[in-house]
Write a protein that binds this ligand. Structure first.
Ligand code: P6P
Length: 335
């Protein structure tokens, strides 16, 4: 079947058998995420029209003001995944602890756990800048038929069976991998259908865009400072262009299409960095490597890191292979 005009539903069915664990459950899981993405997209697109903006009056475990859309997106994804009885557990940026899913008749028989950042970049909501949803999927490691445990969520990123994001931008896209490359699907809002618009997405090996919050420059470690100065020097194809949206999904998506590097380093203020390993860095790192890019926490490959707690943070550098390798040269100079 030609890839032209293929819908996400058709793509999932056609590729179900190529997935080594194909039992249909993962397909149902991706379909559930597709539905939740459409519901959240509808709310995000009308956010300015109804009184849904502004903080919901509560703070999450990160100590961040929860925007009402954060709360809504979190509820929609949890509700959709729970109702379809496909997962045995869910962890979310917006939930202090993981949620064990067990309906009366299936007694923990499902084998996947999902970790989500339901609305990343939510501080951009009130200023009408793109935001995104990030998801990460693992097979549980404790026995099926028993309640899910924290161990099922604290797996290294290399164990992921699928990962992806939804970017609610000038158009809404669902971009995901099941370990066999990265494909992007664009929503036609008129009919509520995602179409394959970006087959086999790849990071260009080189890029000329660097994405970092330079307002934190004075707090960065010397290797990061030296790399930023390297990007700004006049030599060869430099100086590069600085582009920073403040929304990981949007910066990542642009860099994957055009080439570039995204950096959220640790600093003297945020000693572990800001981004969360389990539901931000690991899924984006899986996508990056599936798209011929790289993702490191400094000297280490993100996907090799053994998590210790649900909401742990990690420094994050991700994007075009040769840009990440050049940065790593600067980082290792001081360690
Ligand atoms: P800062 C959004 O809160 C987020 O987690 C990422 O999406 C984004 O890249 C980063 O934090 C922005 O953080 O400190 O630069 O505002």
């Amino acid at each position: 079947m030609s890839t032209k005009n293929r819908t996400l539903g058709e793509y999932i069915i056609e590729n179900q058998n190529s997935f080594k664990y194909s039992s249909g459950e993962l397909s149902k899981l991706i379909n559930a995420i597709r539905l939740a993405a459409k519901v959240v997209n509808h709310e995000v697109n009308k956010a300015g029209l109804v009184d849904i903006l502004g903080a919901a009056g509560e703070t999450n475990i990160q100590g961040e003001d929860q925007q009402k859309l954060d709360v809504l997106a979190n509820e929609k994804f949890i509700q959709t995944l729970t109702n379809r009885e496909i997962v045995c557990g869910i962890a979310s940026e917006e939930e202090d602890d993981f949620i064990s899913i067990n309906s009366n008749d299936n007694q923990h028989q499902n084998k996947y756990v999902v970790l989500i950042d339901p609305l990343d970049g939510s501080s951009n909501i009130d200023v009408n800048v793109s935001v995104g949803t990030i998801f990460s999927i693992y097979r549980r490691i404790t026995p099926v038929g028993t309640p899910v445990t924290l161990e099922d969520f604290l797996q290294p990123g290399k164990n992921q069976v699928a990962a992806g994001y939804v970017v609610y931008g000038t158009s809404t896209m669902l971009v995901y991998t099941t370990g066999d490359g990265v494909n992007g699907f664009t929503l036609n809002p008129a009919i509520g259908t995602f179409y394959l618009s970006h087959p086999n997405m790849k990071f260009p090996e080189d890029g000329r865009i660097y994405s970092v919050n330079e307002g934190n420059y004075i707090h960065f470690h010397q290797g990061v400072k030296d790399y930023i100065k390297y990007c700004q020097e006049e030599e060869g194809d430099r100086p590069y262009t600085s582009r920073y949206i403040g929304s990981l999904v949007s910066d990542f998506h642009r860099n994957m299409i055009k080439g570039g590097i995204y950096m959220y380093p640790k600093s003297s203020v945020t000693e572990e960095g800001k981004l969360r390993l389990l539901y931000e860095c690991n899924p984006m790192a899986f996508l990056a490597e599936q798209a011929n890019g790289l993702a490191i926490g400094g000297k280490t490959r993100i996907l090799d890191v053994q998590p210790k707690e649900l909401h742990q943070r990690i420094p994050f550098f991700c994007g075009s292979r040769n840009m990440v390798l050049k940065l790593q040269e600067f980082l290792t100079k001081y360690h």
